[in-house]
Design a protein around this ligand. Structure first.
Ligand code: C5P
Length: 407
């Protein structure tokens, strides 16, 4: 049975299959996508057909495979420009290094690349190749170009490769790709709900080369953004500096200072139903940022700090319709401080965690204690990805029971 998070009912997907041994996994992917309710039109490159026959894909998708720009019968049924407009998503799995290079350079020398160029629909690629091809500067530069253009890159994973080597470059498993596609296409329990989520640290400049920041890695916020997108939410991630990739199906706005984070959050919140503050916002910034690098002269240096705006409280006051979720990182009296923040910042839900001495910050695990008016729930210690899913479920549950959801 399909869970709502993986429902693709009525969604149209052009699945591009390029030449690589992982093409055999694309056959299973077709099954997974169609089982979830998607309509799939397979487009194979000439090289892909050296690995798997078109008949296999035709049988699984229930539709003849397209592979050439010059197939008159297929063109008469649906011309390639029409086909470029047909899908909700163009998914290329496996995407070979060659295909990635051709897309990056805007080539249109076969049906698949022509479709990508002639379509304004989202494109996602699931790379699959030998680890050295993946690591090659040319491939990485091409990927960078594609990501910059908004192409979603799903994977790759690492592990044993068909060539006998071990490393990064394995295509993601079909179920993982299917779930990422569902996230990209926003299908699930929070279908169409717009969420603004702040994550990561902020950076408060001292002078052109120095800044004040904190230990936040952004991992919890990013994991939560990912879990919410998988439930169908349209997530805008307002992020301080982190090294993390953009979760599939989310829109990231990159900021540095608390002031920039406030401005970006205010903007996005006007259209949103839910606001989540997972960022570790610096409480203070420099009263005046030095125009030039401060020279090391005196034995002591005084820096005068002023308080930063409280983003959650400010945005909540400007947009009272929002369902607002905050985080509390505490080193003592967790429940008391969390409840106090819930009231003071007029939050609808607060997720509290212990911090300090190897807990929470810049780690992959965590534990949360969630409070709301009239209730609380402990989310047991575990990986942030699992906690994020549990917290996303709880946010959905509380939000859907809230009058804000009826708007
Ligand atoms: O007051 P405290 O920093 O403990 O509150 C934490 C919560 O408030 C978090 O959700 C955090 O993202 C948010 N916050 C904010 N703006 C600030 C400080 C905290 O939105 N300036």
């Amino acid at each position: 049975m399909q869970t709502p998070a993986t429902s693709l009912t009525g969604r149209r997907i052009v699945l591009g299959v390029t030449g690589g041994i992982a093409a055999y996994k694309a056959a299973d992917l077709v099954r997974r996508l169609t089982e979830a309710g998607a309509e799939v039109q397979v487009v194979m490159t000439a090289n892909a057909q050296r690995f798997v026959g078109a008949q296999t894909f035709q049988a699984l998708s229930g539709t003849p495979v397209r592979s050439s720009l010059w197939d008159e019968t297929a063109e008469a049924a649906m011309g390639h420009i029409e086909l470029a407009r047909w899908p909700d998503l163009i998914l290329i799995a496996p995407a070979s290094a060659n295909c990635i290079a051709r897309l990056a350079h805007g080539l249109a020398d076969d049906l698949l690349t022509t479709l990508c160029l002639a379509s304004d629909r989202p494109v996602a690629i699931a790379p699959a190749m030998n680890r050295l091809m993946w690591a090659h500067a040319a491939t990485q530069a091409n990927l960078h170009t594609l990501m910059h253009r908004g192409v979603h890159v799903l994977g790759p994973g690492s592990g044993g490769q068909a060539c006998g080597e071990t490393g990064e470059g394995r295509m993601w498993e079909p179920l993982q790709i299917r779930d990422a596609v569902a996230a990209l296409l926003h299908t699930g329990r929070l279908n169409g709900v717009r969420i603004v989520l702040t994550a990561g640290p902020t950076r408060e400049p001292i002078d052109p080369v120095r800044f004040i920041t904190n230990r936040s890695s952004g991992k919890m916020g990013y994991a939560l953004a990912d879990a919410l997108a998988r439930m169908g939410a349209e997530v805008t991630l307002v992020s301080g500096p982190t090294a993390l990739p953009v979760p599939a199906g989310t829109r990231r706005i990159e900021v540095e200072t608390a002031d920039e984070m406030l401005a970006a959050t205010q903007d996005a919140a006007a259209q949103a139903q839910i606001l989540i503050g997972a960022a570790a916002v610096a409480d203070y910034r420099l009263e005046a940022v030095a125009e030039h690098k401060i020279k090391k002269k005196a034995d002591t240096l005084d820096l005068r700090l002023v308080k930063n705006p409280d983003i959650l409280a400010t945005v909540r006051a400007a947009h009272p319709q929002l369902f607002v979720v905050g985080f509390a990182a505490e080193t003592e009296d967790l429940a008391e401080h969390a409840r106090d923040k819930l009231l003071r910042k007029k939050l609808d839900l607060i997720a509290a965690n212990w911090v300090g001495s190897g807990r929470a910050f810049d780690r992959d695990d965590n534990a949360l204690h969630v409070f709301w008016a009239g209730g609380e729930r402990e989310l047991a210690h575990g990986p942030k990805s699992r906690l994020a899913r549990e917290l996303a479920d709880l946010i959905a549950e509380r939000y859907l029971a809230h009058p804000a959801a009826a708007r």
